[in-house]
Design a protein around this ligand. Structure first.
Ligand code: ADP
Length: 325
């Protein structure tokens, strides 16, 4: 009987997870393994909700958002009892190698699991739109989320310019401003509000007044949901108090940013990481996330692949400020 490699998606879904599943399944087959898809993350692992996958099982999914395996949270996996049931299912299914696609909660769970059951080898892939994990320059789904937000901003810019309005656009990012900053630079926003820097309404007012003096017809401010202003709706309130006669609108993009077809960047990233994860499992690696740094794939132990609170790229912050003249 061929050795088996299990694959699951855990936590929130992100665009490109399907491309990663495809890469894992096809590489596993290429190397002579039998791939097994595990549904609903650690919940499905505990319940034994899994099936063997074939090359055809992952046909036509590289361009699809979401995940064919479904994702999800699993309160039961937080307890040793839940993890023991998960282990028993892996035994029953004769799976010794596992790939988990998710964020830092997923990796924390995987680390707890291999502390208790070191005979199971586990590697992780960074599947989150937030791009805030240590050990990788890019997470699977970030580029797509930025492009979706950018598309929305381009559309809002048209109506903002036609109507002479100021739009505040809230993008995802509870703890990190990566999506907001990249979207602001690419969308030519007048300002960006992110959790990493203090929000100074006086300087935003100066930028807006400067624009109006030269008859600028529209203004866009990108707001990360975790900014201390409390999101786009509350930030709009603050600005309305300063400009009661100006038309100010707030738009919250929300989960729209997590759906849709992944960009070429995310598909390529997911394919690279998926292939390398199976190759490294095959070589015996365990307990680490496979990420990308300066276009090289690297392994970072789960204990270090946690949410990164690294500073935002100062050049990108300067670009927003300097180019919003
Ligand atoms: P993400 O992986 O996107 O950060 P979560 O934080 O929701 O998403 O984590 C996904 C799942 O990982 C949780 O529902 C839980 O089953 C498992 N998990 C998270 N943290 C731990 C932990 N400290 N110990 C064990 N399992 C955990």
């Amino acid at each position: 009987m061929r050795s088996r490699i299990g694959v699951l998606c855990s936590g929130g879904d992100s665009p490109g997870m399907n491309a990663a599943i495809r890469a894992v399944v096809r590489t596993a087959l290429y190397l002579g393994y039998e791939p097994v898809g595990i549904y609903r993350g650690y919940e499905g692992l505990i319940d034994g909700e899994m099936e063997t996958l074939h090359a055809n099982s992952v046909s036509g999914i590289i361009q699809r958002g979401g995940t064919i395996l479904r994702a999800g949270r699993s309160p039961r996996f937080l307890s040793p009892d839940g993890r023991q049931q998960a282990y028993q299912q892996l035994q029953r299914w004769n799976i010794q190698k596992l790939i988990v696609i998710g964020g830092d909660g997923t990796f924390r769970g995987a680390q707890d699991f291999i502390n208790e059951y070191p005979d199971i080898q586990v590697l992780g892939l960074p599947g989150t739109i937030d791009n805030d994990l240590n050990g990788t320059d890019w997470t699977i789904g970030f580029d797509t989320a930025v492009n979706i937000a950018l598309d929305a901003i381009d559309r809002l810019r048209d109506t903002a310019a036609a109507m002479g309005r100021l739009f505040l656009v809230e993008v995802m990012g509870r703890d990190a401003g990566f999506i907001a900053l990249h979207t602001a630079v690419a969308g030519g926003a007048e300002a960006v509000l992110v959790p990493e820097t203090p929000t100074d309404f006086d300087s935003i007012v100066r930028v807006l007044e400067r624009g109006w003096q030269r008859q600028k017809t529209s203004a866009i401010i990108v707001v990360a949901e975790g900014d201390e202003a409390g999101g786009a709706i509350l930030a709009a309130e603050q600005l309305r108090q300063r400009f009661p006669h100006y038309e100010i609108r707030a738009t919250v993009l929300g989960h729209i940013q997590r759906g849709g077809s992944p960009t070429a960047h995310d598909r390529i990233l997911a394919s690279k990481l998926g292939v390398v994860a199976v190759e490294r499992l095959h070589e015996g690696a365990t307990g680490a996330m496979v990420g990308i740094h300066c276009d090289e794939t690297i392994l970072t132990p789960f204990s270090k692949a946690v949410k990164s609170h690294s500073p935002l790229n100062p050049l990108l912050l300067r670009i927003v400020e300097m180019l919003s003249l």
